[in-house]
Design a protein around this ligand. Sequence first.
Ligand SMILES: C[S@@+](CC[C@H](N)C(=O)[O-])C[C@H]1O[C@@H](n2cnc3c(N)ncnc32)[C@H](O)[C@@H]1O
Length: 449
Amino acid sequence: MALRKGDIIKVSFGALSYKGYGLGTYDGREVAVPGALPGERAKIEVLRRPRHRIVGRLVEVLESPYSRVEPRCTHFGTCGGCLWQDLPYEVQLGLKEGLVREYLEDHLDGPLLPILPSPQLWGYRNKMEFSFDRGPEGVVLGLHPRGRFDVTFDLSECPISPPPFPKVVSFVRDLARRTSLPPYDLRTHEGLLRFLILRRSPKTREALIGITSSGRHDKLTLVARELGEAFPEVRGVVGIFNPSPGQFAYGGKREVLWGEERFREEVEVGGKRFTFYLSLVSFFQTNSGGAERLYEVVREFAGLSGRERVLDLFCGVGTIASVLAPESKEIVGVEVVEEAVEDGLRNLRENYLGNVRLISGTAEDALRSLDGPFHLAVVDPPRAGMHPKARRELLELSPDRIIYVSCNPKSLKEDLEVLLKGYRAVRARPLDLFPHTPHVETVVELVHR
Ligand SMILES: C[S@@+](CC[C@H](N)C(=O)[O-])C[C@H]1O[C@@H](n2cnc3c(N)ncnc32)[C@H](O)[C@@H]1O
């Protein structure tokens, strides 16, 4: 009988997708279910009338090799965030290491080193984006239920965020209700408030707030001032005006509504402390303690002597370049976001690093105009991985070694398949920067054949 939406089926799961979905088969078709794990048998509700792949909701685990724990968050199960909050941390680490092993298995010509845990298991996030919506009691401010980007639930707690974040969310929600600022409606494209972006350094305790709205409104300045005055950690409140129907938190004109446009983050790597000023749109790893651990691994794999020319592709505000600069002769960084390059230049001065040059542009374009040779290229692309042209140009540039930092084992594997034409992957180390989620970071060292 043909399966329909809402049907309940029993499925055995044998694998894990890179998104952390349990993968099984039913009637010859693949079944993908968030929360299900390899080795488990479970009752599944079919969510959509299936064509090729069955996407389901976990109803009940019937048999499992894993123990489950009580999740900390009341939103667990609804929230699209922490898929694995009901798994013991050791189990999460084992699954992540297994995922990396599976993706790298045929490509790694050396050891897969044990996964490094996150230094902090709770309250580790230094950045969160919350959405505004409309509900029966007025403005709703929170996160999306799993797989529903058109709906938002009111957030009351978020144990992976630092304690000030839920407090700011509730303050802004009350303020929006009090000042009658309307949330943006995705269906009618009317209304104002779209996203609340919170960033905070656990080291300096400085914070920056972003409010994305469909346009400018005088009341936004009042909201920004109230926020700045209520939370002493806040350095500034930045408005982003996005009038387009596209639901982008960072797209649009920006204006400082109150205070400063940057906040200060700090990391300590190799016994040295580095300062990074960050504007709202500049990338920084979302787990600050995890970032320190990640950069230690990059530094260890780099093993620099002070004589090397190093390339830092996808350099953000110059974090990896800065950390490696004291042990290199010269570093060139490439980054597409102009503000990140501006922040980076300031950060280099702040950290007294005179041997780093930053180029604003895409990796795929910049690589062509770079003069080699480079002893080492550190490559840390976004989730989608490298542009095919960037992979080709990097092979052409032919640095002696490459350190690839990946936040997605799937795109890592795809990029390696090309880079391995000229290189051998000699060691890899997974790290956990996102406890309670299936995300995993991996550092791979490649040496020229
Ligand atoms: C994963 S982040 C890494 C940043 C930095 N290495 C760090 O650890 O803070 C990826 C960076 O690549 C930048 N980026 C995205 N696409 C790019 C491209 N085509 N060329 C250059 N940079 C790009 C993003 O803006 C982001 O700063």
